[in-house]
Design a protein around this ligand. Structure first.
Ligand code: DP6
Length: 324
């Protein structure tokens, strides 16, 4: 089967964070998580299995990558060969579409697009649930990017039971994520390593597991009730509780920079002056502001003035994975 399959997957931002694995081989998390797939940042990937290749050929953003740079992709292709029974090397071409300087290249969109393209190119015809399970093996957060809009990754307890499901709702559809790039540099501690340190050394980790259960139930109720205030409040709290697991690790570490704190304070100042907005932060210094369409203008203006207009990108809810 030598056909080339091309897919597009968008990144997602977690409102209830995934931070820790109970099985790092299969990527089974300790907690469920909840995200919003965005319309702005996506990866387009083509895969072809080819009898004329002696080894996988991986091109990312027009550069051929080899060695450690391609190991995760190569391991993932191994898994697809194992599951499909197809024993050919693959040609992979992947392009990240991220607005200039957004600094949001993401393993979520990358492995969602790769899972869809590679499995189809290998002749598998997976359901969306099985595609989510497969994407999970590349990067945990990728299992959520198979679906559009609000998505819950149900932690499960083994490979068969750990996958994402879409949350069917027409509520909160005027939600916007204003992504701020205060810093473009590579994060000092990858999320993979950071979450492993937290699980191993933070005395608060067992509490985190309990807190996520409550936060998740509350945010789902907020979505159901179309309650933006409750939604934003829980999102911000949950993100800060995740970062408390880095401060309480041994040795401690922190993803924030001075600019992150400046941006956090600005969100709080706006909120106290009646412009409703909240923030969430992943394993890096950049903050994402959670707001509604009506306030996008004033928020964009405020942060463009602070950090420069090229540092601000507005995202809406986006679609699930697509075959081109
Ligand atoms: C902070 O999915 O990148 O963004 O499964 O090790 O590849 P691996 O980790 P990854 O971790 C994402 C962490 C997070 C929170 C989230 O997206 O839920």
């Amino acid at each position: 089967s030598n056909k080339t399959v091309t897919t597009v997957a968008h990144t997602n931002i977690a409102l209830i964070k995934y931070w820790g694995k109970q099985d790092s081989e299969l990527i089974i998390p300790y907690t469920s998580s909840l995200s919003l797939t965005l319309d702005q940042f996506y990866t387009q990937t083509s895969v072809q299995f080819n009898a004329n290749l002696s080894e996988d050929r991986i091109t990312i953003d027009d550069h051929v990558v080899t060695g450690t740079g391609s190991k995760r992709v190569h391991d993932f292709l191994e898994l697809v060969r194992q599951e499909s029974g197809l024993n050919l090397s693959a040609e992979v071409n992947s392009t990240n579409h991220v607005p200039t300087a957004a600094g949001l290249a993401s393993s979520a969109s990358a492995f969602a697009a790769l899972a869809a393209a590679a499995s189809k190119a290998a002749g598998m015809n997976l359901s969306l649930t099985d595609l989510s399970r497969l994407a999970r093996r590349g990067s945990g957060s990728a299992c959520r990017s198979i679906f559009g809009g609000f998505v819950e990754w149900q932690k499960g307890f083994d490979d068969a039971s750990s996958f994402a499901v879409p949350i069917e709702t027409r509520h909160l559809n005027d939600i916007r994520i204003v992504a701020l790039t205060v810093e473009k540099h590579q994060k000092p501690v990858s999320s993979r390593k950071g979450m492993a340190f937290s699980v191993k050394t933070s005395p608060y980790y067992p509490t985190w597991i309990k807190v996520v259960d409550a936060d998740l139930a509350n945010i789902k109720a907020a979505i159901k009730d179309n309650d933006f205030t409750r939604f934003g409040t829980i999102s911000e709290l949950n993100a800060m509780r995740m970062h408390a697991l880095t401060l309480s690790a041994d040795p401690d570490f922190l993803y924030f920079t001075g600019d992150t704190l400046v941006a956090m304070n600005e969100v709080k100042r706006l909120r106290h002056s009646g412009i409703e907005c909240y923030y969430t932060i992943d394993a890096g210094p950049n903050i994402k502001i959670i707001c509604q369409q009506a306030n996008v203008k004033v928020i964009t203006y405020t942060f463009s003035t602070l950090f420069g207009p090229t540092k601000v990108t507005v995202a809406k809810p986006g679609p699930g994975v697509k075959y081109l």
